[in-house]
Design a protein around this ligand. Structure first.
Ligand code: ADP
Length: 326
């Protein structure tokens, strides 16, 4: 997912990418090896929650390798011909970045297999039946690197997953790393951000750089309107509480989800579909954006019979009674 307002603060080189030390060191090795051998880098799969830097890393790989990057996404590739056209236009060693690769239709995925293994695609040409009718023609491709990104590696088919030579998981970031993300973005935006303010942003960014950048922009808005030169800790606290972001980084929707679970469904278990209707939110948004963080905080559990609020959730929402469970 490309976050347009963040485009100019997106790190361009591996050394500007904060955190994920081991992953970064490994990518440095793979990039150097591919360059030294004059080959396309092996296909790479990045997986992890939204906003952790998958798209950023794909762009960084392109600039470190000195190649072009063509970006698309799984749901956009509706027909196999769309993918074949993109593949045949790629230059030597270019990167094809496919975001949300788990949402690529099966027919399109099948075009990808020979492309990944033999740098070739089978294209249907002609019309009608008989000898001059529809037939398959193999078209050779220039060697390229597929970089796939997914929030749901479990939904990737095994044959597709197995065709990636490099599979990397992105972890959530520590508050300190997120403070560095905010300080780096502040420097680029020419905003003075106090160290303590950056740490507070880091603590409330739910482990995610995209959120740290978003909070920084909003806190900056509040500071600008007040005419403040430097964003201090006090200003940050005030702005974040006006945005309804609590000390753990939970926002209105997180609290609504817990509140609905506790008050409408006695703490669960309740199915995702029902919960989504009750929260007026899409199932996929709940599952991919809100739940991972609530689970990580220990507020929510996914059980075979549905979602359940934990005693910590009751505590956090300042509910006094936890119902007896059988
Ligand atoms: P994803 O593709 O995983 O959803 P992105 O790569 O689009 O996430 O990252 C979201 C934003 O967060 C980017 O615009 C980038 O500025 C910032 N960002 C992500 N990871 C880092 C990082 N490790 N260091 C600095 N900024 C980062």
């Amino acid at each position: 997912m490309i976050d347009a307002p963040d485009e100019h603060i997106r790190p361009r080189r591996l050394e500007d990418f904060i955190g994920q030390e081991e992953l970064r060191a490994n990518l440095r090795v793979y990039v150097t090896a591919a360059r030294e051998r004059g080959q396309a880098m092996d296909h790479v799969l990045f997986y992890g929650n939204p906003g952790l830097g998958k798209t950023t890393l794909a762009c960084i790989l392109a600039s470190e390798l000195g190649v072009n990057i063509v970006s698309t996404s799984g749901p956009v590739l509706e027909r196999s011909g769309d993918l074949a056209a993109i593949l045949s236009n790629l230059g030597r060693h270019d990167i094809l970045f496919v975001d949300e690769i788990h949402r690529m239709p099966v027919a399109v995925e099948e075009v990808l297999y020979p492309a990944l293994e033999d740098f070739a695609v089978d294209v249907m040409v002609g019309q009608g039946q008989g000898p001059g009718g529809v037939r398959t023609v193999k078209i050779g491709l220039k060697p390229f690197t597929l970089v796939g990104a997914t929030t749901r590696i479990g939904l990737l088919s095994a044959p597709l997953r197995d065709r990636f030579g490099i599979i990397c998981r992105l972890e959530t970031y520590t508050p300190r790393e997120l403070a560095q993300v905010a300080l780096r973005a502040a420097r680029i935006l020419r905003v003075e951000l106090a160290e303590e303010a950056a740490l507070e942003i880091g603590r409330r960014s739910r482990g995610t750089p995209r959120i740290a950048n978003r909070l920084l922009r909003r806190v900056h808005d509040f500071a600008t309107v007040r005419g403040a030169q430097t964003i201090t800790r006090t200003e940050t606290d005030e702005a974040l509480s006006r945005m309804d972001i609590d000390p753990l980084g939970l926002d209105q929707m997180d609290r609504k989800l817990l509140d609905v679970l506790i008050n409408q469904f006695d703490g669960g278990p309740v199915g995702l579909k029902t919960l989504a209707v009750a929260c007026s939110e899409e199932e996929r948004t709940l599952e991919e954006i809100y739940e991972p963080f609530l689970i990580q905080c220990g507020f929510l559990k996914r059980t075979p019979s549905g979602r359940v609020a934990t005693p910590r959730a009751y505590e956090h929402l300042q509910k006094s009674s936890v119902p007896e469970r059988s």
